[in-house]
Design a protein around this ligand. Structure first.
Ligand code: PNS
Length: 164
């Protein structure tokens, strides 16, 4: 049983995240998409909103026999991974600029918990510049997000602004 954790803020989930999950499904029997609960950080969507959107958009993923779950966690990622009996942590790497930070995290996580491997995966080139941070910025300045995030996410972002 190969179980991986795919951690992140997912604020919001992008097509780049979904691309990584789909690729991860070729390697793992189960992937737990784990949203970091970060009380001090100002977020666009609440944890519950992010969980709900993720669960919904995962229905459209080509997963084969891979089981996909959505969860949230607090504290150290490796402690959470051990508690879930996961063998690996999946992280997406878009560009060399991601690599330095990701390498630091992977090595720190390995030091904390040598039994868990970090697996870096590359998204499709068309998502290599997509990040949740840029998606929010473009949205807030009125730009179009077609093809960058699932339609449901765009809809929820519009609803959020309208209800403010
Ligand atoms: O999508 P993000 O926001 O870049 O994800 C970052 C995340 C959640 C992977 C990272 O912040 C994390 O693992 N936080 C949990 C706290 C932790 O374990 N810190 C030590 C990492 S070396």
């Amino acid at each position: 049983m190969r179980r991986a954790i795919y951690p992140g803020s997912f604020d919001p989930v992008t097509n780049g995240h979904l691309d990584i999950i789909e690729r991860g499904c070729k390697l793992f029997d189960e992937i737990i998409i784990a949203i970091l609960v970060h009380p001090e950080k100002k977020s666009f969507f609440t944890i519950d909103e992010r969980r709900e959107m993720l669960a919904e958009v995962l229905n459209d993923i080509k997963r084969g026999d891979c089981v996909l779950r959505v969860d949230d966690f607090q504290g150290l990622l490796v402690q959470y991974a051990v508690a879930k009996q996961a063998n690996a942590i999946v992280r997406g790497i878009r560009a060399i600029s991601d690599y330095e930070y990701e390498l630091q995290m992977a090595l720190m996580n390995r030091r904390l918990e040598p039994g868990i491997e970090t697996v870096f995966m590359m998204p499709a080139e068309k998502y290599s510049y997509v990040s949740s941070r840029l998606v929010k910025e473009v949205f807030q300045l009125g730009g179009i997000l077609d093809g960058l995030v699932p339609a449901l996410v765009q809809k929820r972002m519009k609803e959020k602004i309208t209800n403010r």
